[in-house]
Design a protein around this ligand. Structure first.
Ligand SMILES: [Zn+2]
Length: 309
């Protein structure tokens, strides 16, 4: 068998003799090459057509995995946040309990100080709720917690202000009461009262400027209030005398002592021993002559020696 190839460009037709063995091999080679080339091309085309879908599927799979990971992380974060919120709630509960105790203390102090109820109001309770009110949403809790913390902070501020006012009020009251003459300056009995009486020496009418308290010589004489010794020495008629200025208009005088235990300028507290009783000066026997002065005028000491702290 022969194949004659006719070409426009070539004048002489080319003759392919299929009986030629070499030619047959060459033709086979061309045919095999064409088949292999077509298969390769087809595969490339198929690959080109199919790969976007597969890529997308693979990408979606990857994204699924990422979302799952992020979900797991979010769950962890939520768990941590919930733990922190729980801890905060416990702390808040403790603070609220502390605030309640403060309230109770403030109220007791108000009663002890006999203060006007209107002035110090420790009764006011904070709005209840928040901590126990656990709603389903994990985000609702922090909000109520935040609100509760705000309320509590304001409450503490108010309590602090009230307690400060109460403290200074009580301190003032304490200082005031420490400065006011209270009680007997020594153990004994009142042998002569304040006011008009016959003079014990002349027998004429006279004004007694204090009270006399009979007591054996050497009986300790005590300051009846806190103050500063302004005089400790001999005064005409009074003998050995101690005078204490209490700074709030009050002055007390202790006369006829056998012995003085303080010196001018010394600070004394209530109950401090300032002298020993005796009978120095114009005196008929061992006793203490006790005077109370207020705003420069001598007053009846009886109410003071009978008062209690
Ligand atoms: Zn007297």
């Amino acid at each position: 068998m022969q194949i004659i190839l006719v070409s426009r460009t070539k004048k002489v037709p080319k003759t392919l003799d299929l009986a030629d063995r070499r030619l047959r091999y060459r033709l086979l080679g061309v045919a095999v090459g064409a088949v292999v080339g077509c298969a390769g091309f087809g595969a490339l085309v198929a690959l080109a057509l199919a790969s976007p879908r597969d890529g997308a599927i693979a990408e979606i799979g990857q994204l699924h995995k990422q979302v799952a990971q992020q979900n797991a992380q979010l769950a962890d974060v939520r768990k941590d946040a919930q733990r922190e919120v729980d801890a905060l709630a416990i702390k808040l509960g403790q603070l609220q309990a502390q605030s309640t105790r403060l309230n109770a203390l403030g109220e007791r102090l108000t009663q002890v100080g006999k203060l006007d109820d209107g002035e110090f109001n420790f009764d006011e309770q904070p709005p209840v709720g928040g901590v126990e009110d656990t709603s389903d949403s994990p985000y609702a809790l922090p909000q109520t917690l935040d609100k509760s913390i705000d309320v509590l902070a304001k409450q503490f501020d108010r309590q602090q202000a009230q307690l400060s006012a109460l403290q200074s009020f009580l301190l003032d009251a304490k200082i005031e009461s420490n400065l006011k003459p209270t009680g007997m300056p020594l153990d004994g009995y009142i042998s002569s009262y304040f006011g008009g009486r016959p003079d014990p020496f002349s027998g004429h009418a006279a004004h007694h400027t204090g009270i006399d308290i009979a007591a054996p010589t050497g009986t300790p004489v005590q300051a009846v209030a806190e103050g500063m010794v302004t005089y400790a020495g001999i005064r005409n008629g009074y003998g050995n005398v101690v005078e204490i200025d209490h700074g709030n208009g009050y002055m007390t005088r202790y006369a006829h002592n056998s012995q003085l235990e303080v010196h001018p300028g010394q600070r004394v507290h209530i109950g401090d021993v300032i002298a020993k009783a005796g009978s120095t000066g114009r005196s008929t026997g061992s006793h203490l002559h006790f005077e109370v002065w207020y705003d420069g005028r001598v007053v009846n000491p009886l109410a003071y020696v009978k008062s209690h702290r």
